[in-house]
Each structure stands twice: as C-alpha cells, then as structure tokens.
Design a protein. Structure first.
Lengths: 576, 266
C-alpha cells in the first residue's frame, strides 16, 4: 500500500493551520459530543414525525380519535426538540470550522451547494412543522384533515431529504469514489459524484428504519414515565396503551433493521475489503460482541414487556406455558450471537486463550451460527407478538384450525430453512456461505408476511374473550420500556462510533489524513464513556423537552371517560 | 413521585453503567496512526522483537490467518503438538536454522508450505519488517538470534501500525525481485489468496485454471491493469475487491509473462 507516500503528502499539506483545540476536553471530544447529541436529536425529530404521521393516519382511517390526540401530543414536543437539534447542529458546525478548519474547508469545497439546500430545507421543514402543529385543530374534519395529514407527510419528506443530504457528507468521508485521490483538487469534484458514493444509500435506508425504531422507543419511555406518574386508573390506562403503541412500532421496525445493516456491511466490504476487515475482524471486532449483548437486551426486554402485557389480556393464560420455551430460544440465540470468534488480540492474549477463539465453542462464533441465531430470535419475537395479538380472541372462521396448522407449518419451515443453511454453511466456501444468509432472511420475512396475512383473515369476526385491561400492568413493565429507550440510544451511539471509527486515522478514507494529536481511534472503553455521556446529555435534555411540553399544554389524556374509552376499545390494539 | 423519579434515574444510570463497564472489561485495542519504524545499526534483539510484534499484529496482517490454525499454521501457540513456532522452526527443514527457515518462508512463502494448508500467503517485501517479524517469531518459545547485521543497510525505515491490515506489504520496482517467472509473480502478488489455479488457492474470485479459454492475453493484461474493466459473470457483487495496484507493482516484462502464462491455461 502507498501509505508512506500518502503520509508524506499529508505532512507537506499540514504546513498551514489545520487544527485548533478545545479547552479541557480537547477538540475530538467536543466534536464527538456535539455531533452525537445533534444526531440523537436529529433522529428524534425525524423518528417522531414518522410515528406521528402513522398514528394520525390510524386515527383518520381507523376512526379512533385517541391516535389523533397521541399524534398531536408528540408533535408538540417536536417544537422544542427542533430548537435543540438546531442548537447542537450549530455547535457542531462551529466546532468543525474552528477546530478542524482545513478539513471543513475541504468538505465545503465539495459540498457547499448541498449545504445551502440543506439550510433552505431546514427552514421549509420548520415552517411545515408550525403549520402541522398549529393547524391541528383548525383542519380537523373531512378534506381539511386529509390536507393536514399531507402536511405531516411533507414534514417527513423534508426531514428525510435533509437527512439524506447530511448522510452524503459523512458517507463521503467513509467511502469517497475511488477516482478521488489525495491530490485531487476538491473544487473539481462533481457534487453528485461525491454524494452518490458507495455507502450513501445503505446508510440512508438504515437510518430511516433506525429512526422509526428510535421514535417508537422514545415514545414508549415518555408513556412509561406518564404511566408511573399517573394519578388515576384512566390516566394509567391511556399511557399504558401509548407505551404499547410505541413499543410495537419500535420492535416492528427493529426486526427489519438487521437486514439493512447487512446491506451496509456488504457495501463496506465491497468498497474496501481492508475497511471491512478492520470493522469485523480488526480492532473493532470486540464491538460486535457488545452490539450482540445490547441487541440481546433489546430482544429479551421487548419480549418480556409483551409477556407481562399478556397478564392484562383475558384469554392469554392459554399461551403462558409457551413463554418459557420462547425465553429459552432467545437466551440460547443471544449466547450464540455473543460468542467471540477471531478477535483481534496480541500474542500474549492469543496464547492465554489458546488461539483466536475457543477450540470447541468457537464453532458457534462464525457467521453461519450467528445468522441462524438472530433469525431464530426474530422468528421467536414475531411468535411472541402473534400470541399477544391473538390472546383475547378466538377465531370463528370455519378454516380456523387449518389456518393455525398452516401458520405453525410456516414457522416450522422457516426455522427449518434457517437451520439447514446455518448447518450447511459450515461445509461450503465463504463466498457460497455469504449467499446463504439471503435465503435465511427471505425465509423469515416470507413467514412473517404470510402468517400475518393469514392471521388478519382469521381474525375476521373473531370472538372476543374480553377487553384488554389497559393500565393493569406492574411498574416493572414500564421500567422495561425505559431500558429499551436507553439501550436503543446507546446502541445508536455505539454503531455511530463503529461507522466513524473504521475510517481510523483518515478524515476522508485514504484521501485526507487526520494528522491532529487526536488521530488515533480510541479503544472501546473510552468510546463507551463518551457514548454514555452523550446519552445522558440527550436524555436529560429530552426530559426537559417533555417537561416544557407538559407546561405548555395539557397532555392528550382526557380524564372524562378516557379510561372507559380505552377500556371500551380494549379488545383492539395496533396489532388488530 | 420522588421515589418513582429516583427509581427511573437509577434504572437509566444503572443501564448506562452496565454497558460502560462491560465495554471497559473487554480487551482494549486502540487503532494507532502508522509510525515510521526506524531501527538503527545498534538495534537490539529486544527492540526487533517489539517491532516484529507490532508488524505481526498490525500492518503485516499476519493474525488474519495465523490465528488458531484454521487458514494457516498457528504461529503463537502450539500447532498440532509440535510446539510454538520458536521451538519448531529449527526442526522443520533439515540443515536449516530457525532463522534461515523463517526468512525463506517469508521471502518465498511457497518454499515450505505446511501440509494441509493452501499456498495463499503473500510475500512480505520490506526487509526491516521481515527481520523484525523473524525476531518476534523466534521469541515465541525459542531463542532470538536476529541481529542488526542481518538487516540490509538500505532497509532503514518502514511504516508500521498496531491496527489490523490485510496481507503483506507490497514492493516497488517489480514484485518477486523483478523475476519473470509467472509462478513467482503469482505467489508474490498473493493472487491465490482469492483465485484458484491448478488446484491451489481459494475460490473467492474466478478460478484461473482455464482462464485462457475465456480470455485472450490482451484481455488478461487489461484486467490486471484495470480490474474494473470487465467483471466475470457471477462475480459482479465482488467487483472492486481486486487491487488496482498491480500495474504499478509489476514491470512490463512481468506483466507480459503473467498474461501469456495465464492465457496458456486453457
């Protein structure tokens, strides 16, 4: 590799002032914190509108006004959150322009036009939000309501385009087109050529899905706080329902998130194999064990919340014996997923371990086993949800028994395909094995889609075994929602570190080197402290946003009959 | 309500503390910036071992394959009951000292392919790195006898890093010492790490055993110089993986010899 030549070029270019420093915490930590907190708020103001527009649609087309009020309650929080996003974004820009001026000048030389479009769209997005929120009560009925809903869609469109633009800057840093070299004059680089780089679209898709997850999780945490603070059963019922909706959306989107992650990972490998190796088998390899642990927490906590929730559903008792088996599958899956393999280690550590992985259990650390584990965990979580969904109903269609058998067979076939390719993966070449993960994913997705369709058809005219007793949840279920929100946020910080860290000592991969005193990429221990600090700052500010939101206006909860309303519609929930 | 608030704060802080604690308990590996490795004329064996360990774990990319012994022999712990590399290296080839054996293995990785493994190792061309790695490998259970006098006077500096890399370093002015022996070029370039040829190598990239039936010498030459110029059917997803640097690494005679050699594989 021409590292030496590049180092010399970079050193020569460093004769002008390239870096500033920030008191006490240093330049890198300042940019890290501002970028991370800005991104968390950005995810919040993108994820929550997605949540809001979906719930408003359910309210409009399902005729359930609770969803409309829920949507408005969250849109109100966006007003303050937008300000926070802008403030942290401004701090990030000031940080970059004063602490990393040469790098910032390089980026602006390429992306300046897109930065102006970004700023303009942020204005448009803000005013759309004002119209959307302040027009809520004015455009409440008929066509006007549909127009209002369209504003919500537009809000999401502007927000998504804004995110796509920002994504192009950071993905260019990761994967600049191969014809761009350290000697390329940035002013000669075509804007679209830089934007449409190898990882741009995978990051876009990954972040859109992740924002839905994040929005749902934050809604769940908000609802759980209000549930715990509730002073009446009606209020508790309302926020129990809201927490369920938030968790449902977060978990549903989480199920498809790994597939987007695989795509991104594959694109990184295809762009530059050494970057892929650094990510999965190099100094970042331990990060994936931490990620596996966090996702195991998400799966276990999400399922735990559903299982506790079955306690408030009449008829759910018949499914309770199955939960221990589901738990066993989830725990085993989590253990397999977290099995280390070919971790980077120095010679002493390798000697102490007896090799780069355990001689026996190491066989579970390869992708064949891990893909199998995660696909079975997804299937299990889907089964948990299915049981929850059917808990208080008994299908009455004449083909109900046949339908259930077909559903069971679909689960068995999907699990069989996943296991078959998982085992077969041990006996084929790597290039063939990589392709097997596609078959496993397709089997799981096909099962989810087909079983859901059958379930919807089977639920027609189903006999109700009783209304869901919203609010009849033990407090520990609400703390589970908090753990979910904290874990999602922390995971976002961790994966941000992975994405940014694989560039190592490059501002722009193999084009512009980081020659500052902070060029080395820190170990996970340091990164975890920074992530925890950013999550804490974000959560404190979000709590403040919620408090301000509560001061400004009453919540969507309406004491008069709200509990009865919730109870009256208790047999129905998002899954129905 | 204060009790509830405190519980919530406790849950949040407890969760954050747990994740932070776990992330701090695992091995801490920092990705360093490559530094210029300069070993003077009075370099000690200890300095060579330390430098070799950095190369082995870093830019040399050795750990990618020489881990437990799945893709390549285990160089750090025991290899099938024969002991550590520092112990067994002197016994591998009759009449060859440990130092000689290791040098020849790094200089020409096909010289002594251990039975059961594929000849996929690329050549490490930077002499300073080579001797530092030899010293490090000797220190794994054996006696370090590499000295400053082993290192050619021209090899004064080299880049190293503690980050993971892939494969050995490339050289300028023609691979394999400028040899026009196609097999030596293929070995030095590490082609068999991805391609299969005459029953040896990997099948990540197209099998080259009958490449002459699919491509002319001109097409092969073009493909080597510009790997993106044409992609074999079925390998579209792997486009971009083949290094684009062979044009700069091979001299004209080598390129021609390699193209003709492969074109003859029909």
């Amino acid at each position: 590799m021409a590292d030496g030549a590049l180092l010399l070029l970079q050193a020569a270019a460093d004769s002008t002032r390239a870096y500033g420093d920030f008191p006490v915490i240093g330049a890198r930590a300042f940019v890290w914190i501002t970028a991370e907190v800005h991104l968390m708020f950005a995810a919040f103001v993108l994820g929550v509108p997605m949540f809001a527009v979906v719930t408003e649609a359910i309210g409009i087309f399902g005729g359930d006004e609770r969803y409309d009020r829920l949507s408005k309650e969250f849109t109100r929080l966006l007003l303050v959150a937008y300000s926070a996003t802008a403030i942290w974004g401004a701090m990030l820009v000031f940080g970059l322009s004063t602490l990393y001026p040469r790098f910032w000048a390089y980026l602006t030389a390429i992306f300046a036009p897109s930065m102006w479009v970004y700023a303009a769209l942020f204005f448009v997005e803000s005013f759309t939000l004002y119209l959307y929120y302040y027009g809520w009560d004015r455009w409440k009925k008929g066509r006007a309501k549909l127009g209002h809903w369209t504003l919500g869609i537009l809000l999401n469109v502007w927000g998504t385009v804004v995110m796509f633009i920002a994504n192009s800057w950071l993905t260019y840093m990761m994967s600049p087109p191969r014809d761009i070299t350290p000697t390329t004059d940035p002013t000669t680089i075509k804007l679209w050529h830089a934007i449409a780089n190898a990882t741009w679209m995978p990051i876009n898709v990954h972040r859109v899905i992740a924002n839905v997850v994040f929005g749902g999780a934050i809604v769940g945490a908000y609802a759980s706080y209000r549930f715990l603070a509730a002073k009446s059963d009606e209020e508790r019922a309302h926020y129990d329902w809201m927490g369920y909706v938030g968790n449902f959306i977060a978990m549903s989107a989480l199920i498809v998130l790994p597939f987007a992650g695989y795509w991104l990972g594959r694109e990184i490998y295809q762009y530059d194999q050494s970057m892929g190796i650094t990510m999965m088998g190099g100094f970042m390899s331990w990060l994936w064990v931490i990620q596996a642990f966090l996702i195991a927490v998400l799966f276990l906590t999400g399922n735990y919340y559903l299982w506790i929730g079955m306690g408030r559903i009449p008829g759910a008792e018949r499914f309770r014996p199955y939960t221990k088996w589901l738990l066993i599958i989830l725990v085993l899956g989590a253990i397999v997923w977290g099995t280390p393999h070919t971790m980077i280690a120095d010679s002493k550590e390798l000697a102490a371990m007896g090799g780069s992985h355990h001689p026996l259990l190491g066989a579970l650390g390869v992708m064949s086993a891990k893909n199998t584990a995660v696909n079975l965990m997804i299937l299990t979580t889907f089964l948990s949800f299915l049981l929850y969904r059917r808990a208080n109903t008994r299908p009455v269609v004449p083909w109900a028994r046949t339908g259930t058998i077909i559903q069971g067979a679909m689960f068995a076939i999907a699990a069989g395909i996943v296991l078959f390719y998982g085992i077969r993966g041990y006996f084929v070449e790597a290039i063939v094995r990589i392709g097997f993960s596609v078959y496993q994913v397709l089997a799981v997705l096909a099962c989810i889609v087909c079983v859901t369709v059958i379930d919807i058809l089977m639920a027609r005219g189903a006999q109700s075994l009783g209304a869901i007793r919203w609010g009849k949840m033990p407090p520990r279920s609400q703390y589970a929602l908090f753990i979910l929100a904290v874990t999602f946020t922390w995971l976002m910080g961790l994966m941000g570190f992975a994405r940014s860290g694989i560039r190592q000592y490059w501002h722009v991969w193999q084009v512009m080197q980081d020659t500052s005193k902070y060029a080395a990429t820190p170990a996970l221990g340091y990164a975890s402290k920074m992530i925890s600090l950013c999550v804490l700052i974000f959560l404190c500010l979000v709590a403040f946003v919620f408090w301000i939101g509560g001061l400004a206006e009453k919540s969507t909860f309406v004491a008069s009959g709200a509990g009865n309303e919730a109870a009256g519609k208790g047999a129905r929930h998002v899954g129905h | 309500m204060w009790a509830t608030n405190l519980k919530i704060v406790g849950v949040v802080l407890g969760t954050l503390a747990l994740y932070t604690l776990i992330a701090n308990e695992i091995p801490q590996v920092q990705s360093e910036v490559p530094q210029t490795l300069t070993l003077g004329a009075n370099v000690t064996p200890e300095q060579l071992v330390a430098a070799g360990e950095k190369v082995f774990n870093g830019i040399g990319g050795c750990t990618t394959c020489h881990g437990l012994g799945t893709r390549a022999p285990n160089l750090l712990t025991d290899e099938k009951g024969t002991g550590q590399i520092g112990v067994r290296c002197g016994k591998r080839e009759p009449g060859k000292s440990c130092k000689q054996y290791l040098f020849e293995s790094l200089d020409n990785p096909t010289a002594y392919v251990v039975p059961g493994y594929q000849p996929i190792m690329p050549v490490m061309t930077k002499q300073l790195q080579v001797w530092a790695v030899i010293a490090f490998l000797e220190s794994q259970g054996g006696t370090v006898d590499v000295t400053a006098s082993d290192i050619p006077a021209t090899s004064t500096t080299s880049s190293t890093s503690t980050t993971g890399g892939g494969g050995g370093g490339g050289g300028g002015g023609g691979l394999a010492g400028g040899s026009t022996d196609p097999k030596a070029i293929i070995q030095a370039a590490g082609c068999l790490a991805c391609h299969k040829l005459d029953g040896q190598g990997q099948v990540i990239a197209p099998d080259l055993t009958r490449v002459g039936a699919r491509r002319s010498a001109e097409s092969i030459r073009k493909k080597i110089l510009d790997p993106a110029s044409s992609i074999a059917k079925g390998y579209e997803k792997l486009a971009g993986i083949m290094p684009k640097t062979f044009g700069a690494m091979l001299n004209a005679a080598q390129l021609e010899a390699l193209a003709q050699y492969l074109a003859a594989h029909k």
